[in-house]
Ligand binder design. Structure first.
Ligand SMILES: [Fe+2]
Length: 261
């Protein structure tokens, strides 16, 4: 299994959630941890440092991408000339690959200094990822991680403006080479959608758009609890939510059973 965390927002983190994730990882030993951006609240050095210490403490391979909160908002000079410098000082490149026994995960950086919250994809990114998907064995579940969702429905209309504009073009290319799912954060609300139906791609198989809640932040949206997702090697996608009385994350639901257009 892989553990899908998102929107950790260090600087606004709840220590009880941080400790509960550490306990979950000790008990279940996921193959890897995937973090779909917004790891800090305001892209401060100490927030990146705290996030790095947390991820290192899990003692598991992890793949991380930046979110819109991970570049400076108020420091205009830094935002224009060195938007990812603190991120890169802690985590290296903004786009990485991670391969495990059952999964092949590709991270995409959809954050642009000229956009406040909207995601962006370039044709060059789409092509590079397409080549990577072609090159990997079809035995593994092929997963892409991008901060902003590719599809949003009734539950959070404010997210529609943030979906990358080239999402459909990207999916038409990637679908030919066995893409299984895209993992996202941004909206702090767990959900799964079938992009095949949503975009009318007419594929034989679904492609899942997997949205995760905030795993650790007290910045909860619309009364949603702190949560994370687990993706099993058989493709099942589950949501776990934080139980503040017990101080642990508990299974809530199989998100695939709730997936819809
Ligand atoms: Fe975000």
């Amino acid at each position: 299994m892989i553990l899908h965390l998102s929107d950790l927002h260090f600087g606004t983190e709840k220590q009880e959630c941080v400790q509960a994730i550490q306990a979950f990882c000790r008990e279940h030993r996921p193959e890897a941890v995937v973090v779909s951006g917004d790891i800090t609240q305001r892209a401060r050095w100490y927030q990146f440092h705290a996030c790095k210490q947390f991820l290192d403490s899990l003692q598991l391979p992890y793949l991380i991408i930046p979110g819109n909160h991970d570049i400076p908002l108020y420091n205009v000079w830094k935002r224009i000339f060195h938007p990812f410098s603190y991120y890169q000082a802690h985590f290296g490149q903004t786009e990485n690959l991670l391969e495990t026994e059952h999964f092949y995960v590709i991270g995409i950086n959809t954050i642009r200094r000229r956009h406040h919250t909207r995601g962006a994809l370039s044709l060059e990114q789409i092509q590079k990822i397409d080549q990577k998907l072609q090159a990997v064995s079809s035995q593994k579940l092929k997963i892409i991680v991008a901060h902003q969702p590719f599809y949003v429905t009734h539950y959070d209309r404010r997210g529609i403006k943030d979906c990358p504009r080239l999402a459909k073009i990207a999916l038409e290319a990637w679908a030919k080479h066995g893409l299984y799912a895209l993992l996202h954060g941004h909206l702090h609300h767990a959900a799964v959608y079938d992009l095949n139906k949503a975009f009318g791609l007419e594929l034989a198989q679904p492609i899942y758009d997997v949205h995760a809640g905030t795993a650790t932040s007290y910045r909860l949206h619309q009364g949603q609890p702190n949560s994370f997702n687990v993706i099993h090697s058989n493709g099942t996608i589950e949501e776990y939510v934080f139980n503040s009385v017990k101080g642990c994350f508990e299974f809530k639901q199989d998100l695939m059973n709730k997936s819809s257009k």
